[in-house]
Design a protein around this ligand. Structure first.
Ligand SMILES: C[S@@+](CC[C@H](N)C(=O)[O-])C[C@H]1O[C@@H](n2cnc3c(N)ncnc32)[C@H](O)[C@@H]1O
Length: 266
């Protein structure tokens, strides 16, 4: 199992989590005082990080909108974080109530909190699992009976693969998910490049949470889409992926070293 990014680190006596810190930046209400403290501390060294997290979330919104528009009604969201602040089921079911979503996260606190938030929700489940163990994730997904792998599924890995080291072979893991789903299914990845300002901020973050981060070059990010048909505009800096689908946050796309794409299984 890869080292969990959501690993709880003591700050004083209160545990904080990456999810809680991100929730602060996304303007949510699911975080504690320690999360807030850490979120502020990180912004001292990397003031743009909160903006980056919002840009990622706006991409998630756009890609889910696109997928629902393309007829997809099933989502497997790997490394989902908390199912709040405009996460997948909120967007998808808001557009089409019959959408079904399986969230997967490695962090037990995130999953426990997520499950309690989803208690009243229909057709959404949250699994505690490591995305680097596709057999286990697919087995648990099949046991919960929510997704029909005979119909198209969108597999999402947004802002999570830099927590998965090369030793855990994320290319192979994603290929296993895509082998399990039927033609007409999709894979979306958003991943930080190995240079640029984002890296400096995340390196600071790494110092705080001790989780190893792996940034990958554009060529390696492109490798996640092997054997898939890339949807236009291909693999581009996150702000440039179909910005017309929502109100994109203004940013300099050239200086934004995080790439995203959407591929369709033929
Ligand atoms: C940046 S956060 C949330 C990203 C979310 N996809 C989004 O777009 O908002 C990354 C999440 O991935 C989870 N995570 C990290 N490594 C993971 C792994 N190997 N398997 C499953 N989840 C993982 C963390 O616990 C964290 O909640």
């Amino acid at each position: 199992m890869s080292l969990p990014v959501g690993v709880l680190v003591k700050n004083g006596s209160i545990p904080w989590s990456v999810t809680g810190v991100r929730d602060c930046w996304l303007g949510g209400s699911h975080h504690n005082a320690a999360d807030r403290q850490i979120a502020e501390r990180i912004l001292l060294g990397a003031p743009y990080l909160a903006h980056v997290v919002r840009i990622y979330r706006a991409f998630l919104d756009r890609v889910v909108r696109y997928l629902v528009g393309a007829g997809v009604r099933q989502f497997l969201d790997l490394g989902s974080g908390l199912p709040v602040a405009g996460n997948v089921h909120e967007v998808a079911q808001g557009l089409s109530p019959e959408c079904r979503v399986v969230y997967v996260d490695i962090d037990p606190r995130t999953v426990a909190e997520g499950r309690s938030l989803l208690a009243e929700s229909r057709d959404v489940v949250m699994l505690c699992a490591d995305l680097s163990q596709p057999e286990q994730v697919l087995d648990a997904t099949s046991r919960c009976g929510l997704l029909d792998l005979g119909a198209p599924v969108a597999v999402l890995a947004i802002e999570v693969l830099h927590y998965v080291s090369d030793a855990n072979n994320p290319v192979e893991s994603l290929a296993a998910y895509m082998d399990a789903v039927c033609p007409g299914s999709y894979l979306s990845v958003a991943h930080s490049d190995h240079d640029g300002t984002l890296m400096a901020g995340l390196a600071n973050f790494r110092g705080l949470c001790r989780a190893p981060l792996t940034f990958r070059s554009l060529t390696r990010i492109t490798g996640f889409f092997d054997r898939l048909d890339l949807v236009e505009p291909g693999i581009v800096p996150v702000p440039l992926w179909r910005p017309e689908l929502n109100e994109s946050l203004s940013t300099d796309p050239e200086g934004f070293s995080t790439y995203c794409g959407l591929g369709r299984k033929l």
